[in-house]
Design a protein around this ligand. Structure first.
Ligand SMILES: *Cc1c(COP(=O)(O)O)cnc(C)c1O
Length: 387
């Protein structure tokens, strides 16, 4: 079976975890946490990165920092992971779901202005598949109105917008180090604080509502409960694992990009035949090879394709189901139809892509795709009815 994802082990993970064990400190904010944060600060010029136990946690911190409460509106795409929405729903926000672009799963920045009201507090661009949203347009709308921008950069490590690192553009940005992301620690995440107004409070929320960070730096002579907060820090074991992955980022990216580029070249013929769409990277975005997906002509074709690949021992998977159509949210949803989000929900399929995918394995995936789309019965809807 070719899995959809197989966590990649860079090599030094165990040695770093052994070093953390030998150090006598396993709880959070120790040497490896500092090393990881310094690595990302240095590599991407992030002013203040804080490791978290997940991107979900980082998004929840962001919602707290933005002071979101009942009655506040948050604009976000419907085609996204539940955590993007939950972080703000937990604070009692009204969620304003918006549509994807017709040509890309990212939110359609041209539609944001019509959704802004005096209650709008935050816009959450989700960089789907690591492809940048139109950040200039979003920031131009947000800044003069005092609206905060929280980048959901869960999939966007090492990606850029007009040459600038994703995660460095919004007031805050949340990354994921879940095992399915380019680099991971099983579970893990990072909040990047770009707006200096949030820097001090971010550290306090992170340290369970205490000024422990300032205490350890010798800035205060005792520490105590100064604000709300929670347990957002990962343990040193997680940070030690992640540090090995971070140091191998260039090697991992090179492998992933080679796989992405081969899919894109070899599957061009399927797109030219009109059978399927390949990822359409906006011109302002770089490719970080987080994901390779295809968009089928309809949901039936997508299901047949997933079944066909499975019978060939290949696990390809669909992705988000529009949140405005979800069991939890659809009874509350009062907005318009979001046809592009629904189309990507129904028609998008993700192919196996991980740093350890072999050339032979990828060849099998590509051959199976060619066979499916050339086949008389398994192809797009309509063709199977032909005599
Ligand atoms: C993976 C992902 C998350 C959640 O990340 P966790 O680290 O698993 O909490 C949030 N948003 C998007 C867009 C994601 O892809």
């Amino acid at each position: 079976m070719i899995p959809f994802n197989r966590p990649y082990i860079a090599g030094p993970e165990l040695a770093h975890m052994a070093a953390a064990m030998a150090s006598g400190k396993l709880s959070g904010n120790g040497e490896f946490t500092q090393k990881c944060q310094a690595y990302f600060a240095d590599r991407y010029r992030f002013p203040k990165p804080l490791l978290t136990t997940s991107c979900t946690d980082a998004l929840e911190m962001a919602a707290l920092l933005c002071g979101i409460g009942p009655g506040d509106e948050v604009i976000l795409p419907s085609f996204t992971f539940v955590s993007t929405a939950n972080a703000f729903a937990l604070r009692g926000a009204d969620l304003v779901f918006m549509d994807s672009r017709a040509d890309h799963p990212n939110l359609d920045a041209e539609q944001i202005e019509g959704l802004i009201t005096p209650r709008t507090k935050v816009i959450v661009p989700v960089h789907y598949a690591g492809a940048a949203c139109d950040m200039d347009r979003i920031l131009d709308l947000a800044r003069p109105r005092g609206i905060r921008v929280v980048e959901d950069a869960a999939q966007a490590i090492d990606a850029t917008y007009k040459g600038r690192p994703l995660g460095s553009l919004g007031d805050l940005a949340a990354f994921s180090f879940h095992e399915t992301k380019n680099i991971g620690a099983g579970e893990g995440g990072m909040l990047v604080i770009n707006n200096p107004a949030y820097a001090a409070r971010a550290e306090i929320l992170w340290e369970k509502g205490t000024n422990r960070g300032a205490f350890f730096r010798g800035e205060v002579d005792k520490y105590g409960w100064v604000d709300v907060g929670s347990s957002f820090l990962p343990s040193e074991l997680t940070a030690a694992f992640l540090f090995a992955q971070a140091q191998a980022l260039d090697e991992i990216q090179a492998k992933r990009l080679a796989i992405w580029n081969r899919y894109h070249a070899d599957l061009q013929e399927l797109e030219q035949a009109g059978w399927v769409e390949r990822p359409n990277l906006p011109s302002h975005a770089s490719c970080n090879a987080h994901m390779y997906y295809l968009v089928c002509p309809d949901g039936g074709c997508r299901q047949r394709l997933i079944g066909f690949l499975k019978a060939r021992g290949i696990l390809a998977v669909f992705h988000y189901q529009s949140l405005h159509q979800s069991p939890f949210y659809s009874p509350k949803y009062r907005g318009p139809a979001l046809p592009n989000a629904d189309r990507f929900s129904d028609c998008l399929v993700r192919l196996p892509l991980f740093a350890g995918l072999t050339e032979a394995e990828q060849g099998r995936v590509i051959d199976a795709l060619r066979d499916f789309f050339a086949g008389p019965t398994a192809g797009p809807s309509g063709r199977e009815a032909a005599p």
